[in-house]
Write a protein that binds this ligand. Structure first.
Ligand SMILES: [Fe+2]
Length: 507
């Protein structure tokens, strides 16, 4: 209880101020003093360590993306403690926050106790950061420690308040997975719920500024401070519907834009050195292990995918065509497919979670007569999906796919032929697409025509799961509105999945 009170009190200073004014928030430049306005974060937990993160910014919305920081190195001290009052500090150190990294700090720690909770903070000059809570994963082979995991995607600043982040933080999960569209590169909307700073992101300054505005959000700060995160990107972290080396629209050289987006992504996320970009390349696919309970494989379906089938354009649900079945097509790229096969083959855990971006189960999006499939999800890369489902069958994996992207909750079964081999849980957006509805007029028809799909909810929110070696329990969490702050969350659907049976059972 002390933990919760201290963290939420610490994190709530900004939140209370923002919450008190539900009117549309103007883009306001913050006071030029506190360098920790972007909060703190941790990520990439292992049984012996994790990454601690902060980024200094005295003026988060400075147009050059550099947060109002001086053009020089700033020394930052950090502490890791067993308790939130820092009476029992177990590690301490110092790092230089460099202008070339937008004054971000990544502290990669090893040698810590497994399955342990820790608290951390930073100091720059006389200023001390808020306190973050983090943890290591259970020791390899540990069977008894459950995993409380929440996951989310799609946080469009202009579309609403990040209340789902706050509700997710209040659950105090062990781990938070973010499945893409952490920022949107878009320019300004005509009628935004909240005004963003800067126009469409094309260069490093633009992406840095966009990330800074998101990190300065009080609800986002709370969610980052409560638990370690693992993150993967989707299209909007770079450019709507980008695929491999190809932008959505002709424009500035795309690989330069992609390199800028990747650089800002690394700077602003609690990632390990292994995820440091080299120009326009960044290896984002990797695994996080949770004792003998779960392996979480984080996938990148953007950087290595083939171009869109059938029409060449993204997201289109058009007349079917044979292109999407071409056996050489891939959404992961050959190297990542091989890596994932090896991960599944060697997995010793009960559950293999696949954290990724786009719809994997087959989905006919056309109501009534005829069929139509989106070529942006795995339906546009059928051979890739076949190779993956074959691997899941071959290795007897209890695979659960965690997906974002479509701004609504879905749950269903992924089939190989007519046989279910895995379960897919699709989380809705944090804000993207506005308030939404629980159901739409065509929801019933879509579910009836896709009988392997078991659940839909069209509000904003996140998904909360509890995994043991015996079962995985899932709550779809929904909020009635994000166009005003403060909405409570409710459970719109609950399911249980059991090992050896890739089916969704009502909880
Ligand atoms: Fe999105």
């Amino acid at each position: 209880m002390l933990t919760r009170r201290a963290l939420f009190a610490g994190g709530l200073g900004l939140a209370a101020a923002a919450g008190a004014n539900p009117a549309r928030a103007a883009v306001r430049r913050a006071p030029l003093s506190d360098p920790f306005q972007l909060g703190v974060a941790s990520g990439e937990p292992a049984h012996d360590g994790m990454v601690l993160w902060t980024r200094l910014a005295m003026d988060p919305l400075a147009p050059d993306g550099l947060g109002g920081m001086p053009d020089r190195e700033v020394p930052v001290q950090w502490q890791l403690a067993k308790d939130e009052n820092f009476r029992h500090v177990v590690r301490r150190g110092a790092e230089a926050a460099r202008p070339g990294a937008a004054h971000s700090v990544h502290v990669e720690l090893g040698g810590l106790d497994p399955g342990a909770e820790y608290f951390y903070r930073f100091k720059a000059g006389a200023e001390i950061s808020p306190v973050g809570r983090t943890r290591t994963t259970p020791a390899p082979g540990t069977r008894a420690t459950p995993l409380n995991l929440s996951f989310a995607s799609c946080a469009d600043y202009q579309a609403g308040w990040f209340t789902p982040y706050r509700r997710m933080a209040e659950d105090q999960p062990d781990l938070i997975a973010f499945l893409g569209d952490y920022v949107y590169e878009y320019g300004d909307y005509q009628h935004p719920v909240r005004d963003q700073a800067g126009g469409e992101c094309f260069d490093l300054a633009g992406y840095r500024l966009r990330h800074a505005q998101h990190k300065a959000d009080p609800d986002a700060r709370l969610a980052h401070a409560i638990a370690p995160w693992v993150v993967v990107w989707d299209d909007h972290d770079v450019d709507n519907a980008w695929a491999g080396d190809v932008a959505e629209q002709p424009g500035p050289p795309f690989l330069e834009r992609r390199a800028a987006a990747f650089q800002a992504y690394y700077e602003n996320m609690p990632l390990r050195r292994a995820q440091k970009p080299a120009g326009a390349s960044l290896r984002l696919y990797r695994s996080v292990r949770w004792g003998a309970v779960a392996n979480l494989h984080l996938l990148d379906t953007r950087q290595y995918r083939d171009l869109y089938a059938c029409t060449g354009r993204s997201g289109t649900v058009g007349p079917d065509c044979l292109d999407r079945f071409a056996p050489n097509r891939t959404i992961l790229g050959q190297e990542q497919e091989g890596w994932l096969d090896g991960e599944l083959k060697g997995s010793q855990a009960t559950w293999d979670l696949l954290g990724q971006q786009v719809f994997m189960m087959e989905m006919d999006w056309v109501n009534g007569e005829g069929k139509g499939y989106s070529n942006e999800g795995w339906d546009g890369y059928v051979a890739s999906r076949d190779r993956l489902t074959a691997a899941i069958e071959r290795y007897g994996s209890n695979a659960v796919v965690l997906t974002g992207d479509v701004h609504s909750h879905w749950a269903g079964e992924i089939r190989r032929g007519s046989k279910p081999v895995a379960v897919e849980l699709v989380t809705t957006s944090v804000t993207s697409a506005g308030d939404g509805l629980d159901e739409y007029p065509n929801t019933g028809v879509l579910l009836a025509e896709n009988p392997h799909v078991k659940f839909f909810n069209g509000r904003r929110g996140y998904v909360r799961a509890r995994l043991t070696r015996e079962e995985m329990r899932v709550d779809f969490r929904s909020l009635e509105r994000v166009t005003e702050p403060g909405a409570p969350a409710y459970t719109s659907g609950s399911f249980v999945i059991e090992p050896g049976d890739p089916a969704l059972k009502p909880a």
